[in-house]
Design a protein around this ligand. Structure first.
Ligand code: GAR
Length: 208
């Protein structure tokens, strides 16, 4: 059974999707061992508590740099023998110290079809504002491995939705969460826990 750490910074609806999938037995060979938040008093921590999952806070504001926070994070993950790290709305930059230990074992969900609307400044509602301002006809979500390049790691799963004529950033965000993110993230984590993801260069092969 692989031990999963879920990293959060906010409302935690993607964490909830993982908790619900776990409850339905859909995270095969994996178990959420800890929820780690980059900020105190976020609703995601309440969700962990309600599900009986241990949690802790590594408050980004209390660390002088991204690197010092990453080092603390890696210490925590190692002390719990975590196998896979899932960023579920984690809004903090991490540095190479994480990937030195967790190579192709950190998974992120991004609310757009990478390589569109990603990278620095593309997070949360901003992503959907950018997609609507550009006038694209489809957007969606991407689950990918995390490496040193922001939103640049190998893509595991993607799903698209149509943009509707009267979409606002909020309606688009909600539709992408419901139709893409909350399905793709548990699916990708389950595939990882079953050792069914093989990274070949930029391509992730899904084994039967
Ligand atoms: C989600 O839409 C997630 O894809 C996005 O933030 C939201 C967090 O919501 N992540 C990013 O933008 C990362 N670049 P949640 O806390 O309810 O899961």
């Amino acid at each position: 059974m692989k031990k999963i750490a879920v990293l959060v910074s906010g409302g935690g609806t993607n964490l909830q999707a993982l908790i619900d999938a776990q409850g339905r037995g859909e995270i095969v060979n994996g178990e959420i061992s800890i929820v780690i938040s980059s900020a105190p008093e976020v609703y995601a921590l309440e969700r962990a508590k309600n599900a009986g999952i241990p949690s802790c806070v590594l408050d980004r504001k209390k660390y002088p740099s991204s690197q010092s926070m990453t080092v603390a994070l890696v210490d925590k993950l190692k002390s719990l023998s975590i196998d896979v790290v899932v960023m579920a709305g984690f809004m903090t930059i991490v540095t190479k110290e994480l990937f030195e230990v967790y190579d192709n074992a950190v998974i992120n969900i991004h609310p757009a079809l990478i390589p569109s609307f990603c990278g620095k400044g593309a997070y949360g509602l901003h992503v959907h504002e950018q997609a609507l301002a550009y006038g694209v006809k489809v957007s969606g979500a991407t689950v990918h491995f995390v490496n040193e390049e922001c939103d640049g790691g190998p893509i595991i799963l993607q799903k698209a939705v149509d943009i509707l004529p009267d979409d606002t950033p909020e309606t688009l965000q909600r539709r992408i969460m419901e139709q893409c993110e909350w399905k793709l993230l548990p699916q990708a984590v389950s595939l990882f826990c079953q050792d069914r993801l093989r990274v070949e260069g930029r391509t992730v092969r899904i084994l039967p």
